[in-house]
Design a protein around this ligand. Structure first.
Ligand code: ATP
Ligand code: MG
Length: 430
């Protein structure tokens, strides 16, 4: 077996979370059979008392993990994951070595492995003296939601965003670059960042016209860092009395800060922080509670607040100030190149006919990504109906795309773009 000298096996640290979830999700997708522990289960377990996780650190990227748990004198080995490219190496053995050592150090006297049956893991366990427990039976059942207390993340409506979303975001080059350099880099290079007293931001505001991708961008950040995405909607508290609203909001934040990490998203933040009281859709006590919570993001690592608005000029200037938000980022209309790649994405999905992408781009000036999606779906519907009613059996053609564009009212206009550009020079800060 080949030994990759570069991988160091060491205990898991909080900031490995993103890389670890990504590795786990990659393996999970690659496996056809179902796993005992899903990525979500793993994430829950990582932060439970008594759980022990060791990782293989391959020059900063995580190429393997072993997760176990001590319950009194019994040590459970629950998951051993190694990147496919390392499956032939001795990484599995080294991970098991480290995990067993750590479990026995805290008093474990018997080890039980409950892992997905692969050739490597079976051979490794045999080699270390594990034997099949003849009568043991492994079965699983999910507790029905009616019986189960939801996990902290589920209770908050949070979820893990699929890893590829960030890469699939088209355009938005500047905004993406800022996130790569100022959020991701300090997390990936903590020592270097500390040396220069650089810390990653804790709160950002995204602004731009409707449908330009603010929500998608916030989810994209979550997918890039690998932290769960949690959206809070203060306006949903409206049914409660004013005092109770503030209290509920504060409890929600307490629970969010108990999570190991999170990208917290607040959409339509003008409902909370408009200059004029009458433009707000929540009680003042809720606004005040929200303002009180923002600085906490500076103190709790691995939590990023992302607020979005279509109306940055309506926000109270005090709300936007640097002490509260590190950056105010424009998320603007897609340029030609971005429109072309968004069109390409839908065209590839909808048809195999020859489509002139440049012509679609030309015909869809002032379209947001959301408008493009709308028009593309319209074209698909047209083709579907044509085949159903008229029997012509080809997928959507150029004329159908053009007709769909014709029928779609663009969200943007010269005036909207001009206002966005003016807002950008007035409010953008990064
Ligand atoms: N940069 C992008 N690249 C590809 N697709 C995108 C991009 N931005 C947005 N989309 C798609 O456009 C649609 C609208 O995006 P999204 O909901 O994120 O916009 P928004 O700015 O949050 O809108 P609103 O202001 O109405 O809340 C989504 O279906 C999303 O997948
Ligand atoms: Mg949105």
């Amino acid at each position: 077996m080949e030994t990759r000298v570069s991988a160091v096996v060491r205990p898991y640290r909080d900031r490995d979370l993103a890389a670890l979830l990504q590795l786990w999700a990659r393996i999970e997708r690659a496996q056809s059979d179902t796993d005992l522990l899903t990525v979500d289960d793993g994430m829950d377990l990582l932060h439970v008392n008594g759980s022990i996780c060791v990782v293989a650190d391959d020059e900063g990227s995580i190429s393997g993990l072993a997760l176990g748990m001590a319950a009194g004198a019994i040590g459970w080995i629950l998951r051993v994951v190694v990147a496919p490219e390392d499956s032939e190496s001795d990484l599995t053995r080294r991970l098991l070595d480290e995990l067993e050592t750590r479990l026995t150090e805290i008093g474990v006297r018997k080890l039980i492995a409950l892992v997905v049956h692969t050739k490597t893991i079976h051979a490794q366990l045999n080699e270390r003296g594990y034997a099949e427990a003849g009568n043991a039976l492994c079965m699983e059942r999910s507790v029905p939601t009616s019986m189960a207390a939801p996990s902290a993340l589920a209770e908050l409506g949070g979820r893990i965003v699929e890893p590829g979303l960030w890469e699939s975001l088209k355009g938005l080059k500047d905004a993406k670059e800022i996130i790569e350099r100022r959020v991701i880099l300090p997390l990936a290079e903590p020592q270097l960042a500390a040396r220069h007293a650089v810390s990653s931001p804790s709160a950002v505001v995204l602004f731009g016209p409707p449908g330009t991708g603010k929500t998608t961008f916030a989810k994209g950040i979550a997918s890039r860092v690998g932290w769960p995405f949690v959206e809070i909607r203060p306006s949903q508290l409206a049914a409660e009395g004013p005092e109770r609203q503030a209290e509920l909001l504060s409890q929600t934040f307490d629970r969010i800060f108990d999570l190991p990490s999170a990208v917290v998203f607040v959409d339509e933040v003008e409902d909370l922080a408009s200059k004029r009281d009458e433009d707000r859709r929540v009680n003042t006590s809720v606004t005040n509670e929200f303002l009180k919570q923002i600085p906490r993001f500076h103190d709790v690592p691995h939590h990023l607040l992302t607020c979005a608005t279509n109306w940055v000029s309506r926000l109270d200037p005090a709300f936007l100030r640097p002490g509260r938000f590190d950056y105010v980022l424009p998320v603007g209309p897609p340029d030609l190149e971005a429109r072309a790649s968004i069109w390409r994405r839908y065209v590839e999905e909808i048809t195999n006919e020859k489509i002139d992408i440049d012509a679609l781009v030309g015909a869809s000036e002032f379209f947001t990504p959301a408008d493009i999606e709308f028009a593309a779906r319209k074209a698909a519907q047209r083709a579907f109906e044509r085949e159903h009613f008229e029997g012509a059996s080809n997928r959507a053609v150029m004329e159908e795309f053009l007709a769909a564009i014709e029928e779609t009212r663009p969200t943007l206009s010269a005036a909207v773009v001009e206002e966005f550009n003016a807002d950008t020079s007035r409010f953008a800060r990064y």
